[in-house]
Design a protein around this ligand. Structure first.
Ligand code: NAD
Length: 352
């Protein structure tokens, strides 16, 4: 599979110009949400093609990543007179790039689209890899297609206005990429100041993270094998998120992934002797930056039930992607209930 065009640059004017040069297009349409229209669009307002193109704006938030918003986008594309030679530029977080990518992929059987992610999670995860879609009938990402953006422009100039929780949420996915790749990159991530760190340093870290995800996706575009490595931290993370929901607590997805990473590194240690020093270094970083998701022994039954219910788990066994060491993957590992309970005990010792 060919790699999609990914441009890493804080010279956004040139980056948009370069990416559009590759297309024969007759019109550009911008898609934003209400927040990125106010906060991100002004940062690209001096790019002539942006200033001259019509902009469609959707409501913000995952609850608005729905069929009504997609229909509204298609109707506006009709009004604007979009044709198959029209290019859509999605400027926003994962909601805009997921919905915009889906809307573009099926309108007139497919318009080309460029993603300009404005959240860290968008840059490192949602805007790359070709998963587009909307929520439907109460289910996340129920309707969608695999279709990679024709170009992705990664720039840290948008992150000044991002709340700290959003920065931390995206950074958890970068930590996961570090764990899936190499010690040197993981060490750089653990030494970086997420909230006050330098833009160019973050852009460099992002470059490495995106390349790690891109290479995994290229090897397994439809999630039949290696791509499952990207679930590291998510089996326990999703169980924590669901438990929080039952308790009527809100935990950002990325925080649940960070706590899930710690729990799954403990499981990796139990199953494959994942090195203790690395586990402790990651746990320390997570505790300092993300705090703790509090659980007690009384919660174990519920957490186990949620993990058994996870779509990756089959025939009564809990299935996780684990590691024997940084970059040494053990896909499709099965974990017993006793191992998970032991891991949760150690998770509590490390983080609580
Ligand atoms: P989001 O798009 O909802 O953005 C979070 C919030 O930040 C929103 O309110 C948004 O308006 C605001 N925002 C965006 N850019 C901003 C900026 N520069 N400054 C200030 N505020 C800004 O959410 P997200 O966290 O970017 O992404 C989550 C979505 O991505 C979910 O729908 C999830 O399902 C999806 N996702 C998709 C993939 C994939 O592979 N396609 C991967 C991970 C997540």
């Amino acid at each position: 599979m060919e790699h999609q065009q990914i441009i890493f640059s804080n010279d956004i004017k040139e980056a948009i110009g370069t990416s559009l040069k590759a297309f024969d297009y007759n019109k550009v349409v911008i898609l934003t949400d209400v927040n990125t229209q106010q906060l991100a669009l002004p940062k690209v307002a001096d790019v002539p093609v942006i200033a001259q193109s019509p902009c469609i704006t959707i409501k913000s938030g995952d609850t608005n990543k729905n069929i009504e918003a997609a229909i509204a986008v298609w109707k506006q594309l009709e009004t604007i007179g979009a044709t198959r030679r029209t290019v859509i530029i999605n400027i926003g977080g994962g909601v805009v790039t997921d919905l915009g990518g889906f809307a573009a992929s099926v309108f007139k059987r497919g318009l080309r689209f460029i993603n300009v992610p404005t959240t860290l999670l968008g840059a490192v995860d949602a805007s790359i890899g070709g998963k587009t879609g909307i929520n439907f009938n109460g289910l996340k990402n129920e309707i969608g297609v695999f279709n990679e953006a024709d170009a992705v422009i990664i720039s840290t100039i948008f992150f000044d206005t991002l709340p700290a929780t959003e920065k931390l949420s995206g950074y958890a996915e970068m930590l996961k990429h570090g764990l899936l790749s190499d010690r040197q990159y993981l060490a750089a991530l653990l030494n970086h100041d997420i909230i006050n760190g330098d833009h160019n340093q973050l852009l460099e870290l992002l470059r490495q993270s995106v390349i790690i995800k891109r290479d995994i996706v290229a090897a397994d575009p439809h999630e039949q094998g290696l791509r499952r490595a990207l679930n590291l931290g998510h089996t326990v993370g999703h169980a924590f998120e669901s438990l929080a929901m039952k308790r009527c607590e809100h935990v950002p997805h990325g925080y649940a992934v960070a706590w899930g990473l710690v729990a799954e590194l403990v499981l990796s240690h139990i199953a494959y002797k994942f090195p203790t020093e690395t586990l402790h270094a990651v746990a320390q970083f997570v505790k300092e930056n993300y705090g703790t998701f509090h659980i007690g022994c009384d919660d174990y039954k519920e957490i186990l039930a949620l993990m058994h219910h996870d779509k990756k788990s089959q025939s009564g066994e809990i299935n996780c992607s684990l590691l024997a060491d940084v970059g040494d993957l053990r896909l499709g590992s099965t974990c017993s209930d006793d191992d998970v309970a032991a891991a949760l005990d150690i998770y509590r010792d490390l983080l609580q």
